[in-house]
Ligand binder design. Structure first.
Ligand code: AHR
Length: 504
């Protein structure tokens, strides 16, 4: 057994725990909307056709913001198709996912769902096939109280109060050749700047996200950010980052270290944004909206859209089934997002239901939690106050993709009010239990609870029949000596340790 040590001090603060770090994403893709959040035939469907069991699990997951309606979908979307009387709504071809969309759910329905689920909406505008005017029309429809063409149209459609949406994405992954209306960084940067400038004429308090690269593997990564931010700097608040990870070639060791890539990605985007800031003599800083991240087995058949004359409504697409190891990676990615809370100001787990998702549904039937549900729910519900940067000393292991990587990684949060410190840690070893020593410098050594999420078979997968064999369980190995708390982390595990002030 080997030993890792986290030294924690409430003075080692990175920044606040941001609720928006725990966002998710609902795209018109596969069964995320239709038979996912919306399924009028389901026994739990409410008066709007929304599954109440999905709403309940969304709340349990602790989701803060939800990005909508895409994703690649948004780059061909006409928002007007999804408002007004249902019988007048057209069915359209969705070219991004080779599907048909009956437009049963649109902006007003989504906003009703967001309200019921208690989440903040994050709306994306189409800058693929559309431009400044259509973005303004949608903003007018959503945020202007009344007295203009589109605001009165919303009121006539039953939404008396404005939706008051603060966060807006200026398109999606516009660097990707797969994107409908894909652009060069100069074309996109100019369009995004003009769209942002005009949107602020309607509502100066918007928070606007400009598209960064769709992954750090894009050949244009870095240059894209530099050019787009040079064009848009004064008009936007955030640049997006997207990253998906999957286990390649049975190389579990490298896969478990995926957060090394996310850390570097965040730091590279931050450096580029700050370089543009310096070059342009700007005073404000641009922060990151990491608005798509997850494990996604992109090469599997589930990710192949229909072809030819087949344009189905809500096909089974991107329905990855996650393992315990996938959940440990998701936990480690949450650790990466949290430790960069100074510059990552929002993030969205892609996606929420059925499509690379923590929540799965059967059409008209059962609902169940995937493995990745657990680390997200624990982090979202237990991270409070400020993020602390632990000084980590840990043994390393060798990976084919990332070289030497610490076996144990983690982060902590500190809630000044209650005095509680919560440590989130992963053990990436496939075979060895690791001892974690937590050295807390403020005397918060009283163990409130320690849990571990692991299984003898790291490739165990939850199903509709069994989503409870592997859940976070109490870890009863903790012992305290002086101010050091030690506990054993099982191989391939996600762990949460809650510490309180010693009782007087
Ligand atoms: O989340 C699935 C897809 O991944 C999104 O539509 C797109 O933005 C990204 O490439």
């Amino acid at each position: 057994m080997r030993t890792a040590r986290f030294t924690l001090d409430p003075a080692f603060q990175v920044g606040p725990v941001r609720r928006r770090t725990f966002g998710s994403f609902v795209e018109h893709l596969g069964r995320c909307v239709y038979t996912g959040i919306h399924d009028p035939q389901h026994p739990s469907a409410d008066e709007d056709g929304f599954r109440e069991d999905v709403i309940a699990l969304t709340r349990e997951l602790g989701v803060s913001t939800v990005r909508y309606p895409g994703g690649n979908f948004v780059s061909g979307y006409r928002w007007e198709d999804g408002v007004g009387p249902q019988e007048d709504r057209p069915t359209r071809l969705d070219l991004a996912w080779h599907s048909s969309d009956p437009n049963t759910v649109g902006v007003d329905e989504f906003m009703r769902w967001a309200h019921k689920a208690g989440v903040e909406p994050m709306m994306a505008v189409n800058l693929g096939t559309r431009g400044v005017q259509e973005a303004l029309d949608l903003l007018e429809y959503c945020n202007v109280p009344s007295g203009s063409h589109f605001s009165d149209y919303r009121v006539a459609n039953g939404a008396t109060d404005p939706h008051r949406i603060t966060m807006w994405c200026l398109g999606n992954e516009m660097d990707g050749p797969w994107q409908i209306g894909h652009k060069t960084p100069y074309e996109y940067g100019r369009l995004a700047a003009e769209t942002a400038r005009a949107m602020r004429l309607i509502d100066p308090d918007l928070e606007l996200v400009v598209c960064g690269s769709s992954s750090s593997d894009m050949p244009t990564f870095g240059e894209w950010e530099r050019i787009v931010l040079t064009e848009t700097y004064e008009h936007v608040d955030y640049i997006s980052a997207h990253a998906y990870y999957w286990e390649e070639d049975d190389d579990l060791a490298s896969f478990l270290a995926s957060a090394v890539n996310m850390d570097a990605f965040i730091e590279d985007v931050t450096a580029t944004a700050d370089q543009v800031r310096a070059a342009g003599r700007h005073s404000k800083r641009i922060n990151i909206s990491f608005d798509e991240w997850n494990v996604w087995y992109q090469k599997r058949a589930e990710s192949k859209p229909p072809t030819g004359d087949d344009w189905p409504v809500a096909p089974v697409l991107l329905e990855d089934r996650y393992t315990v190891a996938d959940a440990v990676v998701v936990g480690s990615l949450l650790i990466s997002l949290l430790r960069h809370t100074d510059r990552v100001h929002a993030a969205s787990l892609a996606q929420l239901v059925n499509v690379i998702a923590p929540i799965m549904t059967e059409p008209g039937g059962r609902i169940w939690k995937q493995t990745i549900f657990h680390p997200f729910a624990q982090a979202s519900n237990l991270a409070k106050g400020v993020v602390l940067r632990p000084v980590i000393s840990a043994p390393t292991y060798d990976t084919a993709r990332f070289g030497e990587v610490p076996v144990v990684d983690g982060v902590a949060t500190y809630d000044e009010e209650s005095g509680e410190i919560t440590v989130f840690a992963v053990n990436r070893s496939e075979t060895e239990v690791q001892t974690l020593e937590i050295d807390v410098r403020n005397g918060a050594t009283r163990l409130i609870e320690a849990t571990s999420y692991s299984h003898d078979d790291p490739r165990w997968t939850a199903t509709a029949d069994d989503d409870t064999t592997v859940v976070p369980r109490v870890n009863d190995t903790a012992t305290t000596t002086g101010r050091i708390l030690s506990l054993e982390l099982p191989p391939v595990s996600w762990n949460v340790v809650r510490l309180g002030r010693a009782e007087a």
